[in-house]
Design a protein around this ligand. Structure first.
Ligand SMILES: [Zn+2]
Length: 259
């Protein structure tokens, strides 16, 4: 028998979005390993004596009790699982962390289980907190998010004809989703981004390596710019074409009458 009474459950989560709400509350979006996004209000969190207080700030990794409500869930208890120290000393690190949380959120839906994405966010935020900021960290984070969700660009052969890549003359097509060889580059009139050999090598490395193996790399400014542009455009294309429609389909399925 299904109970109509509100349910309370405890879950591990990272806060990927937080904003002030009402007089003294916070509205938070939690990313959880097995239930995707959960939106909830932390009542009284902005009161000086609140026990929720700092535990419901952005990027916190917490264990939290969620009380399901009819229209809005609420949080009654939150225990910090990892204290962020280095993050709060650097605006650049903090904004990098916020960007990564937003990206994880955009690849997530309510009710969608994705423990690999959750663990990736947790581990990367911890590394960001502990280490000096590395310009490749947000790019590696993006590459792994694409990998986890099955949207990696084609970077080992030409995305059009499948031929092996020679050392020179390649470009990246966000629309086609990968590297295009010189023979195929003129076949369509899409936007083509420069992709030098080293850029492609770093992209390949980031797709398969743990952060510890990427961290020693020191790419030049040109490579960083190319990598940044390729991933930005690829992500925009993927998010526009796939993730929104996937999220929309999930919503449709969830709200189908009789479910
Ligand atoms: Zn080709």
């Amino acid at each position: 028998m299904v109970s109509s009474r509100p349910r309370t459950y405890t879950v591990e989560a990272v806060i990927v979005r937080a904003s002030d709400f009402g007089e003294a509350d916070r509205l938070v979006t939690l990313l959880t390993p097995f239930a995707g996004l959960v939106r909830a209000v932390a009542r009284g969190a902005r009161k000086p004596k609140s026990r929720l207080g700092g535990n419901v700030d952005l990027l916190r990794h917490i264990r939290v009790s969620v009380n399901e409500g009819r229209s809005l869930h609420s949080i009654s208890q939150a225990q910090s699982l990892f204290s962020l120290r280095g993050l709060h000393t650097s605006l650049e690190k903090m904004s990098t962390g916020i960007y990564m949380a937003e990206l994880a959120e955009r690849f997530s839906v309510e009710g969608g289980s994705n423990p690999a994405l959750f663990n990736h966010l947790v581990r990367t935020v911890q590394a960001l907190d502990a280490e000096d900021l590395h310009m490749l960290m947000p790019r590696w984070f993006e590459m792994q998010v694409l990998q986890i969700n099955g949207f990696l660009p084609t970077i080992t052969s030409c995305v059009d004809c499948g031929s092996d890549l020679e050392p020179q003359g390649h470009v990246f097509s966000p629309e086609r989703g990968g590297i295009v060889c010189p023979d195929c580059r003129a076949s369509e009139s899409d936007v083509l981004l420069p992709a030098a050999l080293n850029t492609v090598k770093i992209l390949r490395h980031m797709a398969r390596a743990e952060w510890q193996a990427v961290q020693p790399l020191q790419p030049g400014e040109d490579e960083l710019r190319q990598i940044g542009r390729i991933l930005k455009e690829h992500l925009e294309f993927v998010l526009d074409r796939n993730v929104r429609s996937t999220a929309f389909m999930d919503e449709v399925t969830r709200w189908r009458p009789g479910k």
